[in-house]
Design a protein around this ligand. Structure first.
Ligand SMILES: Nc1ncnc2c1ncn2[C@@H]1O[C@H](COP(=O)(O)OP(=O)(O)OP(=O)(O)O)[C@@H](O)[C@H]1O
Ligand SMILES: [Mg+2]
Length: 324
């Protein structure tokens, strides 16, 4: 499969009153055409930071310290405003972690969809044409009562409906790639499943690639082809979904997976003792070192993400240390 998005050695920091938070540390990440990729890791490990870097929508106190991001043949970090705007309008859509913050509370759903389509779709011939496109879009996200929905303000809709509107908005912008940041958080389990099924259907139908961030691991397992496991701003393991679940290698991945049944919403699990290191002063070696049951003195040196075979890489001194 052809590569669509490639992140190479990305380092992103945040300025804070305590000093720089060195969050993303040499992150490399790839999404191929039509590929479904999962990104998992506990709260605060940098998942949203990575997605926002791709669209260049990081907050003002952020610094892209080092690294490259290629979307098709465009180098995102060096691209000019027009190129970035074009990508945001036409190529890469994002579903945000908090659906309320993605919608403008003061405008009816109708106006928000009109606006999105006006800027993203070029071949709109008339107002009627636009209206039809919107109704078709709402049907696609399984919102059938379109007249009522269009006349509603976001707060008048249920959580599930709001998320469907957000998906519709993101779809207007994503002809190639959808970045879905915890698209089912705060929804009931049955609604979560409906939303993920809808996403899967749309992604398949439109031939899109997707990056799915979710702590609902059972659903991630059903959804994606490949998984990246992130810990404290570093990719610690990546493999096909089957491999991650059947043969997890990194001690952190193992803990994360074993913690699943006890999860109640966010990544706060009994198997995972301790917390993320301080990003102002992260350990220079493996960032999981302090919490790892299998650590040794090697771990004070940073392990590289080592490719063990075609579709399995791990950054841990327990594996293939002579090649590090
Ligand atoms: N604007 C900011 N200024 C300072 N620190 C920030 C800022 N945004 C995020 N951070 C910090 O960066 C780290 C990574 O945050 P990020 O939101 O990317 O994590 P996440 O993996 O998406 O977490 P969650 O699962 O809770 O959404 C956290 O420690 C967070 O507090
Ligand atoms: Mg997040």
């Amino acid at each position: 499969m052809e590569s669509l998005l490639r992140v190479e050695d990305l380092n992103v920091r945040y300025k804070s009153y305590r000093g720089e938070l060195k969050v993303l540390d040499d992150v490399s990440f790839e999404v191929k055409v039509r590929e479904k990729v999962g990104l998992i890791g506990e709260s605060g490990c940098g998942k949203t930071t990575l997605l926002k870097s791709i669209l260049r929508i990081l907050p003002p106190n952020s610094i892209i310290y080092k690294g490259k991001i290629f979307f098709k043949n465009i180098e995102i970090i060096k691209a000019n405003k027009n190129e970035i705007f074009k990508i945001r309008r036409e190529n890469i859509g994002m579903i945000f972690q908090d659906p309320m913050s993605a919608l403008n509370p003061f405008f009816k759903v109708k106006d928000q969809l009109y606006d999105a389509l006006r800027y993203s779709v070029h071949n709109i011939k008339s107002q009627q044409d636009l209206q039809q496109m919107i109704i078709k879009l709402l049907k696609e996200v399984a919102l059938s009562d379109s007249e009522r929905i269009l006349e509603s303000y976001p707060f008048e809709l249920s959580g599930g409906m709001r998320q469907r509107v957000c998906i519709a908005l993101a779809l207007t912008r994503s002809n190639d790639l959808l970045l879905a940041d915890e698209p089912t958080t705060n929804l009931d389990v049955t609604i979560q499943e409906q939303i993920l099924n809808l996403l899967r259907e749309l992604v398949n139908k439109r031939g899109l690639s997707i990056v799915l961030v979710s702590h609902a691991l059972g659903m991630v397992k059903e959804f994606v082809d490949k998984i990246y496991v992130m810990y404290a701003g570093q990719i610690v393991e990546t493999a096909s979904t089957d491999k991650i679940f059947s043969e997890p290698l990194h001690p952190y991945t193992k803990l994360l997976l074993s913690a699943v049944p006890r999860l109640t919403g966010r990544w706060k699990a009994e198997g995972l003792i301790g917390r993320l290191p301080d990003y102002v002063n992260p350990p220079p070696g493996c960032r999981f070192y302090m919490r790892c049951q299998q650590s040794n003195s090697n771990c004070k040196i940073k392990p590289k993400l080592l490719k063990l075979n075609k579709d399995h890489s791990v950054a841990c001194w327990l594996y293939g240390d002579e090649e590090h």
